[in-house]
Design a protein around this ligand. Structure first.
Ligand SMILES: Cc1cc2nc3c(=O)[nH]c(=O)nc-3n(C[C@H](O)[C@H](O)[C@H](O)COP(=O)(O)OP(=O)(O)OC[C@H]3O[C@@H](n4cnc5c(N)ncnc54)[C@H](O)[C@@H]3O)c2cc1C
Length: 446
């Protein structure tokens, strides 16, 4: 981590573009899971705001890369990609205001130990810390916990470079609706260069895993199960009428409420660390068995420095209103014999409502039903419409970074602020510099 005092090295536009083009990658560029190849391998690099501006002004079409963990083509471009990796992890901490400002490409995995060392924490994390803060927040990435908003809800300010090369700073305090429209920006509004996040005092957590929670208990006690810990994840392969694992992450101050009894709604406490996909080694996973540890080593399921999840996989996820959680879970369960042969694991999580226009949890306390699939798109693409049909009555909102087949008109109906978002994008990027096929189909064609 470095501090913002350091003066950036200035380069002429000409020097920079020469360098940028020289940095174009050779060979294939794929996303993290390797399920698709980007349509260009021309990756330009920018190390500071001036270099970003030079690229933005020079390129008629451009997409910014985070850590490439999306499963769909939301970050793709046939023209040019921009990597901000060489900006580094500059950070500026304001302990009094309880805020931290980071360069956009910073990953949670790099920020969290730094924050913890200074006595601070974030409110939540996704299942993995490897992802960039800007890229995660641009798609509404979330963790778990019925009282926890998604990761984007921690953003209090954003700095962008717009299509015209202007710096635009938006804050929760000053910019009201425009800010709420821009936070989950899907990469369509400009290049995010810095992000400011709310922080809180560092805390300790304990994680317990339980095996074989009967589906009947989920049906009859869903609210009690979801409120039993700070973060609750239910894992299932949809077979044998049960959740194969339940992961409960408890803040130590909640310790009096949950202390890891041997039984939890008929599920039994695991006697060893587990991976959500039981066949895989738990070495990649954060510590369980009630061992206390810092927040950033318990909130994610997967450890920094290890491969998260399975690796060669696909993912899909649908958010439904919390009040329909049980009906939605039972609707998907009816498709078990179509789903399980293609599935590695499902995870079910509750997330608090927020007011960010393109967030899957916009004004809806939500339950997210996630699928980690085997990497077989021809087969998975056939089962997704069936799942989407079963969830249809609950107006499912798909995760923006995962695979779905929901039609643009249904997206528009489910994401009610989509027309406002289109207007905002038209204002900030009138010529569509930051649009690509994914956005043209799902957002601008909707
Ligand atoms: C193993 C695994 C586990 C996952 N677990 C979870 C989970 O627990 N919860 C969850 O919600 N999701 C999860 N995801 C999905 C993941 O969090 C999202 O796909 C996230 O957006 C990835 O961030 P990224 O940095 O890789 O972004 P990328 O995929 O690189 O980009 C995402 C979008 O952000 C834009 N973008 C990136 N940086 C900038 C910038 N500086 N300025 C403007 N736009 C930018 C891109 O153009 C693109 O539109 C998981 C994914 C994987 C692979």
């Amino acid at each position: 981590m470095i501090d913002y005092g350091a003066k950036p090295t200035m380069m002429t536009k000409r020097e920079f573009l020469k360098l940028g083009l020289a940095l174009a990658t050779k060979g294939r560029l794929t996303n993290w899971a390797g399920n698709f190849e980007f349509s260009t391998s021309r990756v330009l690099e920018a190390a500071d705001a001036d270099q970003v501006r030079a690229v933005v002004l020079a390129q008629p079409k451009l997409k910014v890369l985070g850590t490439r963990h999306c499963f769909n083509r939301i970050a793709d471009s046939p023209d040019a990609l921009l990597s901000l990796k060489s900006m580094g992890d500059a950070v500026s901490l304001d302990p009094q205001a309880r805020r931290v400002t980071v360069n956009a490409p910073t990953t949670y995995g790099h920020l969290c130990p730094y924050l913890d060392g200074k006595g601070f924490a974030l409110h939540n994390l996704a299942s993995l810390p490897h992802i960039s803060i800007a890229g995660s927040c641009s798609t509404g990435t979330h963790g778990s916990g019925e009282r926890n908003g998604n990761l984007s809800t921690a953003i209090s300010a954003l700095e962008f470079l717009t299509a015209g090369g202007d710096t635009l700073t938006l804050s929760r305090q000053k910019d009201g609706e425009t800010f709420r429209g821009a936070v989950v920006g899907l990469g369509a509004l400009g290049v995010i260069t810095r992000v400011t996040l709310d922080i809180q005092p560092a805390y300790q957590m304990r994680q317990y895993v339980y095996e074989d929670l009967p589906l009947a208990q989920v049906r009859d006690h869903f609210d009690a199960i979801e409120s039993s810990a700070y973060s609750v994840s239910l894992f299932t392969d949809w077979q044998r009428q049960r959740m194969s694992e339940v992961w409960l992450k408890c803040r130590r101050e909640d310790g009096a409420a949950f202390d890891g009894p041997p039984e939890f709604f008929g599920a039994r406490r695991a006697s060893r660390n587990l991976h959500p996909i039981a066949e895989l080694s738990a070495e990649n996973c954060t510590a369980q068995m009630g061992v206390p540890g810092p927040w950033y080593e318990r909130l994610p399921h997967f450890r920094m420095g290890f491969t998260p999840s399975a690796g060669k996989e696909l993912q899909s996820e649908y958010f439904v209103p919390r009040r329909h959680a049980i009906e939605a879970i039972l609707a998907v369960e009816r498709l078990r014999d179509q789903i399980t042969p293609l599935l590695m694991i499902t995870e079910i999580r509750a997330i608090a409502a927020d007011d960010l226009w393109m967030s899957p949890c916009y004004q809806r306390p939500s339950v997210a039903i996630h699928f980690t699939w085997k990497q077989d798109w021809p087969a998975v693409s056939k089962v997704l419409p069936a799942i989407e049909r079963e969830l249809g009555p609950f107006q499912p909102r798909p995760h923006w970074g995962k695979l779905f087949t929901v039609k643009p008109a249904a997206l528009k109906a489910a994401y009610e602020r989509l027309p406002d978002f289109v207007q905002l994008a038209n204002r900030l990027d009138p010529k569509g510099k930051f649009r690509n096929e994914f956005l043209n189909t799902n957002i601008f064609g909707a």
